[in-house]
Write a protein of this length. Structure first.
Length: 486
């Protein structure tokens, strides 16, 4: 891996010296990548490129950290359209039904597509909650596709079974599936300390959503994961009408003696909805556990209101994510938009109800950029290595074309990236010192070929789904999900 010199670019990054609502100043720099890490950040046009290094003229470009997506199901890029579903409908028709019908080949193509979609939009790191671990082959194909894509991933293999029946609710193969998943988790963790590829950019995590159903199993699984160094551990916590079955999950993890600083709770809308437990905020802060917010689908599906800036105000680690490409955008840009503008709108609405207006927005656009970069790295518990562009950190970098249609009128790159940019403005993506997107095109895979495979597998999955009445599945799941609907 040769050196790369990014010359005379506008450095756009937060560091841990900047507060979450501060507005750092962008500055021109030369940035030298040596191997997998950032070796030099210096005044512009002062760094001599080493022999054999690639030099990229960044005079009209912005240099920023890659996005850290703290909650994504990458494999679901193969799933058919789900954009109009509520959360309860999704749970009944997708995890409880569609997931069981997926083949290992579905997983390979969906996973590869999902990871490439992330990279194309400037997301270099994904906390990937892989909840389709139906067989050894499913898991192996997910690992293979993730590694081939070039993305940095914390591949959180799920310990859970899919239902064999919804009415009555049964998981007849639970013992068999549990044995297989735990054996795979142990094997992957012991092979190279959880490194799933030689350069370590794909590592093993754990997805665990069934806490409380079998306390003995909970302790067995979580103890094994922590003994083997499997991290992070991620789970869903929704709350509200569409997530009553997940109420007070932080408290329940704490009461079970399972809550630690390696946990990531996705969504956490229940923290601000009916009958919240204020002690849960304290537990998050005390333990260092974090929150992953996916505001675009949370607002549309009925998860509840995003807790992003409430986390910021309370000093709880929080990052953003997209959740599922079958439901919302593949890019992190809308996640920034929704997080920021929903919170601003909430403040405006609260004041308006009292006949008041606000003189100035006190949430700067730059704060959304931080949530998607350094904030995400903090929430994923990897901010010592990722999330900002500083000497010694891993070289996960995005170069934006500042002369593009969207960005040419933006002089402040923080605001430009947070509110104006799209994946079309992402010119170059570097992960672990390797260029994986260059001149606007993915390098490792030809997307047109992947797209053909994706469409083929989607058609095949649709044929299998056509044999099932998904609306009947939804009705059968209602008592299980405890969703009061009109």
């Amino acid at each position: 891996m040769s050196a790369i010199l990014l010359q005379n670019g506008l450095l756009t990054t937060y560091t841990d010296r900047d507060g979450p609502l501060s507005i750092p100043e962008a500055r021109r720099v030369d940035l030298l990548i040596d191997g997998e890490r950032i070796a030099v950040v210096a005044e512009p046009n002062t760094v001599q490129a080493p022999t054999g290094a690639l030099t990229i003229d960044c005079t009209n470009k912005w240099i920023a950290p890659g996005f850290v997506d703290t909650h994504r199901h990458a494999w679901m890029s193969v799933s058919p359209h789900q954009e109009d579903w509520t959360l309860a409908e999704y749970i009944a028709k997708a995890p409880m039904t569609t997931t069981r019908l997926t083949t290992a080949e579905d997983i390979y193509v969906g996973q590869l597509s999902g990871c490439l979609q992330a990279l194309n939009g400037g997301t270099t790191t994904v906390v990937d909650h892989f909840h389709a671990a139906n067989s050894r082959s499913h898991i192996e194909k997910a690992v293979q596709a993730t590694v081939e894509s070039g993305v940095r991933s914390m591949l959180c293999v799920s310990r859970q079974s899919t239902p064999t029946s919804l009415s009555p609710f049964r998981m007849y193969d639970e013992a068999e599936v549990s044995k297989m998943q735990l054996e795979m988790l142990r094997s992957l963790a012991e092979k190279d300390h959880g490194r799933l590829c030689p350069d370590g950019r794909v590592t093993l995590g754990l997805g665990y959503d069934f806490q409380g159903h079998n306390p003995g199993e909970d302790k067995r699984v979580l103890s094994m994961a922590r003994e083997l160094g499997i991290t992070p551990i991620t789970m869903h916590y929704v709350g509200g009408p569409h997530g009553m079955s997940t109420d007070h999950k932080i408290r329940k993890w704490s009461e079970a003696g399972l809550l630690q600083g390696d946990c990531i709770f996705s969504h956490c809308n229940g923290l601000v909805h009916q009958n919240p437990d204020p002690k849960e905020w304290e537990l998050l802060k005390e333990t260092g556990a974090s929150v992953a917010v996916t505001p675009e689908d949370e607002l549309g599906m009925g998860h509840g209101n995003p807790v992003t800036y409430e986390c910021v105000r309370r000093g709880v680690k929080v990052g953003l994510g997209i959740d599922c490409a079958s439901i919302v955008s593949t890019e992190m840009f809308p996640a920034m938009h929704f997080a920021l503008q929903w919170e601003r709108g909430r403040i405006h609405e609260a004041l308006s109800s009292r006949g008041k207006g606000i003189a100035y927005n006190n949430l700067p656009a730059a704060s959304a950029f931080r949530l998607a970069t350094l904030g995400g790295a903090e929430a994923a518990h990897v901010s010592s290595k990722l999330g900002s562009l500083e000497v010694g950190k891993l070289a996960d970098i995005v170069i934006y074309d500042a002369d593009s249609i969207n960005l040419a009128g933006c002089r402040d790159p923080f605001r430009g990236i947070a509110l104006h940019a799209t994946g079309a403005d992402v010119e170059t993506v570097i992960v672990n010192g390797e260029i994986v997107k260059r001149d606007g095109k993915l390098v490792r895979k030809q997307w047109k070929e992947v797209a053909k495979q994706l469409k083929h597998q989607q058609d095949s999955l649709r044929e299998r789904l056509a044999r099932i009445d998904l609306d009947e599945q939804y009705k059968a799941a209602m008592p299980i999900l405890r969703v009061p609907v009109e």
